[in-house]
Design a protein around this ligand. Structure first.
Ligand code: NAD
Ligand code: MG
Length: 401
């Protein structure tokens, strides 16, 4: 058996989420290729128990200790062969198990950083969905991947598309391989053509009703503000060693072209497919070979036309904020990410309006000058400071409302 076809033992961080479910769907199609070693989540133990009963991993971990206690009792009751761990330490432990070769990083938000970094240091193959890890600590994380001998494979659909369009063995130097530009596509989200005057009253339900992708609530709101694309510009910078001016964003409402790479000779390579996260997940799980993902074939004749447009900066100020944070460097992207997480949670709780998300992010960036980030502690400190400022801004807003 070649190493490409050896059984891959997999830990899924964020198993109960949207990416976690799509990953398990692909894994279940290929029991001879992929085995689940550990499944982790935040505190929702019942859906995790169902997954454990189906995939029978040796380990599971929940962040929340009380929920982990309830899960452990249920696992014993059902006679399942699974050890239950808990807390940040438990997540890091299952991300670094010696028998595990592949870790799917699919926790949402900054909470994904510590276990994903632990997996990098332990030399695992990391399938990265948690873009916040790179936004928060790009330089630290990339250094850990290289020091730990880890392999980093993007499963964010745009970055997976770029990975597929880059030459084999690409090592992070666009010029050396004739790459002129990376083009990230963006659907434009649910508010692409909504009258600007109506955006102030947009509800969480409207913001989460993405026209093309079914995703978790946080990334759905990020897609509506296009902060998601901004975070993806930062993600592309770290993954592919591209400078900001080498990365462009184009709106493509059909979400069929998942991203493109332009070469100096004028060739532009694109990856196309139906919008289904099982494609990038299967590509990365099986890489460098290919496996079926259960995704329906792309019928171009039925789709008929594909459209492209430049993003409107007045409609999507968060995209500009993210590019400015990347230019500022250091702690600025972490500040932005932290303020965004706090603001999006407040919006989902109906504490602030849709347009306040960008306002809070802009103000947090203005108040916290960029500082160098050279360790996990620096990144976590920038995250803490960004959250504190955002909460202060939200408190003031609640008072003035
Ligand atoms: P989701 O909200 O559906 O799921 C999040 C998962 O993380 C859940 O399993 C939850 O239990 C777990 N989790 C949340 N907070 C945690 C914590 N503090 N500690 C441990 N576990 C925690 O989110 P999602 O849509 O699957 O997105 C996950 C990540 O993948 C995000 O970083 C997102 O940006 C990225 N991503 C998602 C998609 C998509 O299609 N959903 C596409 C590209 C990238
Ligand atoms: Mg994406």
């Amino acid at each position: 058996m070649s190493s490409a076809q050896a059984l891959r033992r997999i830990t899924i961080l964020g198993a109960t989420g949207s990416i976690g479910a799509s990953t398990l769907d692909v894994i279940a199609r290929h029991p001879q290729r992929f085995a689940v070693a550990a499944l982790c989540a935040n505190r929702q133990w019942q859906p995790l128990l169902e997954q454990i009963a189906r995939f029978r991993p040796a380990y599971t971990a929940l962040l929340d200790a009380q929920a982990a206690g309830e899960l452990a009792a249920a696992v014993r009751r059902e006679g399942l062969p699974t050890s239950v761990l808990c807390g940040p330490q438990g997540l890091c432990e299952v991300a670094t198990l010696p028998e595990v070769d592949t870790v799917v990083a699919a926790i949402v938000g900054a909470a994904g950083l510590a276990p994903t970094l632990a997996a990098a240091r332990a030399g695992k193959t990391i399938l990265l969905a948690n873009k916040e890890t790179l936004v928060l600590s790009g330089s630290v994380f990339i250094a850990a991947v290289s020091a730990g001998g880890a392999t980093l494979l993007p499963i964010d659909s745009e970055h997976n598309a770029i990975f597929q369009c880059l030459p084999p063995g690409y090592a992070g130097s666009p010029e050396e391989r004739g790459v002129r530009r990376i083009l990230l596509t963006a659907s434009g989200g649910p508010f692409r053509v909504t009258p600007l005057s109506a955006l102030a009253r947009a509800t969480p339900e409207e913001a989460c009703a993405h026209p093309r992708w079914r995703m978790g609530r946080k990334i759905s709101v990020d897609s509506a503000t296009m902060m998601n694309k901004g975070l993806e510009v930062i993600e592309a910078h770290w993954l592919f060693g591209a400078r900001r001016e080498q990365i462009d964003v184009v709106i493509h409402p059909e979400s069929i072209v998942h991203s493109l790479v332009e070469y100096v000779d004028g060739s532009v390579l694109a990856q196309l497919g139906n919008p289904d996260m099982r494609t990038p997940i299967a590509q990365a799980l099986a890489w460098p070979s290919r496996v079926a993902a259960g995704v329906s074939p792309l019928e171009l004749a039925q789709i008929g036309a594909l459209h492209f447009a430049a993003p409107d900066p007045a409609r999507f100020p968060c995209l500009g904020l993210a590019c400015a944070a990347l230019d500022a460097g250091g702690s600025a992207p972490a500040t932005l990410n932290a303020a965004n997480e706090v603001a999006v949670a407040a919006f989902l709780d109906r504490g602030i309006g849709f347009l306040d998300i960008a306002a809070v992010c802009a103000e947090a960036l203005a108040r916290l000058p960029a500082r160098p980030v050279s360790s996990l502690d620096d990144a976590l400190e920038a995250d803490r400071a960004g959250r504190a400022v955002a909460r202060e801004l939200l408190g003031r807003q609640a008072v003035s409302a």
